[in-house]
Write a protein that binds this ligand. Structure first.
Ligand SMILES: C[S@@+](CC[C@H](N)C(=O)[O-])C[C@H]1O[C@@H](n2cnc3c(N)ncnc32)[C@H](O)[C@@H]1O
Length: 271
């Protein structure tokens, strides 16, 4: 909900609109818009920075879906979908969507969709999977994903909540997919902070908040580790962007200094 709220607020906030989502507000409900306990007490520049980061990564995902579909990819798998609306905004014909999520989250999303009257498109299949307890291979086979045809995997805001082993298993699974498959995902770098580092202090506060609601950050990677892991699994092209590079690509300027907050966005492909 905290992530979906950021996307919704981005639609109405006075800031460069880098991501347009007509369902973002509807899926959370108007009353939920400003009421974020996750943001209470945090520096407003940092809250804006985080919101823009969430918007920019979704924009990147939308752009990657459009490019993949134009090249002929017919399957999009959204891992840890949360309240993501990609499948419900789809305008491309003949593209199949799969939403994978923890069974509890998925049940909650389906209730929300029905409460707010967002129809589930026939092109969407749900695959309830706990990444820590069962395999994507089994869950997605059951959902009908064709392992021999190209697929784009979107995996935003999830890897940091999983153990390193689970992250590696998911990336290996994607690398083993047939066709010209690709993945977009974000991860956190370890932050080496000094005692008076404001950015690191705020990041610790955010880490404490997610841990307090039972979803602690569990894995951190350096950019070198991610790159060499992906190449060793068989990915041919790995593009890794820091937050600063992502923001620059979309013309976003912030006054906050957590450009070193540790978030990175990766686009890796088999072709
Ligand atoms: C911060 S949310 C991001 C949601 C969505 N990708 C977005 O950007 O709005 C993290 C998501 O990871 C999912 N998740 C966390 N741990 C999981 C697990 N062990 N198995 C499956 N999904 C998990 C949660 O259910 C949630 O949907």
């Amino acid at each position: 909900m905290a992530v979906a709220r950021a996307r919704a607020y981005h639609q109405v906030a006075e800031e460069p609109r880098v991501f347009t989502d007509p369902l973002a507000l509807r899926i959370i409900g108007e009353s939920a818009l400003r009421d974020s306990e996750f943001d209470h007490g945090l520096d407003s520049d940092l809250v804006r920075h985080r919101r823009l980061l969430i918007a920019a990564r979704s924009r990147f995902a939308d752009d990657t879906v459009a490019a993949a579909v134009a090249r002929g990819t017919g399957q999009v798998v959204i891992l840890g979908a949360g309240l993501d609306t990609t499948a419900y905004r789809n305008t491309h014909e003949d593209v199949q969507f799969f939403e994978v999520d923890h069974p509890d989250t998925q049940e909650w999303k389906q209730r929300r969709l029905s409460e707010v009257g967002i129809a589930i498109p026939t092109s969407l299949t749900f695959a309830p999977i706990d990444f820590e307890r069962s395999t994507l291979a089994a869950g997605l086979a059951e959902a009908g994903l064709d392992r021999t045809r190209s697929a784009l995997f979107l995996w935003l805001g999830v890897a940091m909540y999983l153990t390193r082993t689970s992250v590696e298993d998911v990336l290996r699974y994607i690398a083993g997919h047939g066709g010209e498959s690709e993945v977009v995902f974000d991860y956190l770098c370890p932050v080496f902070s000094t005692p008076h580092d404001r950015g690191a202090g705020q990041r610790q506060e955010r880490a404490d908040r997610v841990a307090a609601v039972g979803e602690p950050w569990l894995s951190f990677f350096t950019a070198d580790e991610i790159r060499s892991d992906l190449l060793s699994y068989g990915f041919k092209r790995v593009e890794d962007r820091s937050v600063a590079q992502l923001f620059a690509a979309y013309g976003i300027r912030t006054t906050a200094r957590p450009m070193d907050s540790g978030g990175h966005l990766v686009h890796a492909s088999m072709a």
